[in-house]
Design a protein around this ligand. Sequence first.
Ligand code: UD2
Ligand code: MN
Length: 432
Amino acid sequence: MGRSWLFQCKKKSYPVESFPTTSIIIVFHNEAWSTLLRLVHSIINRSPRHLLEEIILVDDASDKGDHLGRKLENYVKKLPVPIHILRSNERTGLIRARLKGAAASKGKVLTFLDAHCECTEGWLEPLLNEIYKDRTSVVCPIIDVISDDTFEYITGSDMTWGGFNWKLNFRWYPVPQRELDRRGGDRSLPTRTPTMAGGLFAIDRDYFYEIGSYDEGMDIWGGENLEMSYRVWMCGGQIFIVTCSRVGHVFRKTSPYSWPGGVARIINHNTQRIVEVWMDEYKDFFYKINPGVKNTAYGDVSARKNLRKKLECKSFRWYLENIYPESQMPLDFYSLGEKFDFQVFSYTKKKALQSDDLCLDISSMNGPVKLFQCHGLSGNQKWEYNTETYALKHVNTDMCLQKPVGKERDMPSIGYCTGELSQQWILGDMKL
Ligand code: UD2
Ligand code: MN
């Protein structure tokens, strides 16, 4: 395995003379000088000049230090690629800052990058190639890791793709076998990914607007990547991780900037805008799992709902069934409601007791009951529910699930099936 796919990538050649040009859009709020310049120089040094229309820097009202002001303007004037600096007077958040950059751009393709990245040799051609072949493809590089301690460059993996969990947080998960098979085992071919991380991607400029650019009602940070992922897939486009393109990114342990009104308010606001517009009946599931999110005002989403209608987009269920069947969103579940260990569990059609991406799992006769990553293969994670005795029987061991006796937050255990009250589970009746 290793990095062999990179050798395949090196052998490829692309019809670069026919490629569209790209504008690179970089938004930032209080970015450091060194990381921003590391990025700008890597773009200039490692992209074919004729494909670079311009670099657009959008300063989202930075207010720390003065290196991002006149000093930056004077510096970029001397560089051999047109670099435009736009500034917002007020903090708009990254979504509206990107829209500002896009509106000012002239390239045929928009390439968005976070302000603390480094592009590798040959990063751009494989991205543009996919858009050249099909203008409805939205493409991401592999995101390599730049250490936030030492700033060293660490090559990432081609074996992960984007998903999301019950809270609608973006998460990396292993690429499933069916997607490896679809590519005929050739890891240098692009991976279809259900969602994208959000910071690093390229898209045809006209297509970006046709498909609804971004939801302008989203604030500061968060959620726009899932919103765009659902929208692109459900409305006829596709999203790829182009494994021959690699760009490094500094993943930071904590957020370096302020969150006006608080982190939760902003994220809940943005998340609700996704849930209300795109998730159909799964909205009920989401609010049941995350009741706190509902208390935040999220503004008017009617324009986004109209967009969805106008584009004749498919249902969220279609997306889960066809694009992301590996998702832990239960496609069908019998019930939901029992809580232990402070977590809500659903009893799924695959007969798993599942909370987010974790399943109740027993590997020996005497337990204990543990939480493991759901594998969807039944085995140690299969439970039979008896609607008459209300027992949940672990199929492999023939033992029944019993409620924790001690403190409320203990995990349940298993014992011989007796039908006692402690083994009776009245499941909620939420169905989709
Ligand atoms: C990830 C994405 C990021 C964005 C975010 C969800 C990657 C590598 N990064 O978080 O692009 O999709 O998820 O929203 O996929 N910024 C502003 N104004 C603000 C806040 C941020 O301009 O009010 C800039 C910031 O300086 C940076 C970019 O937006 O250049 C992304 O922000 P981040 O680096 O804090 O996001 P990250 O990488 O944690
Ligand atoms: Mn970032």
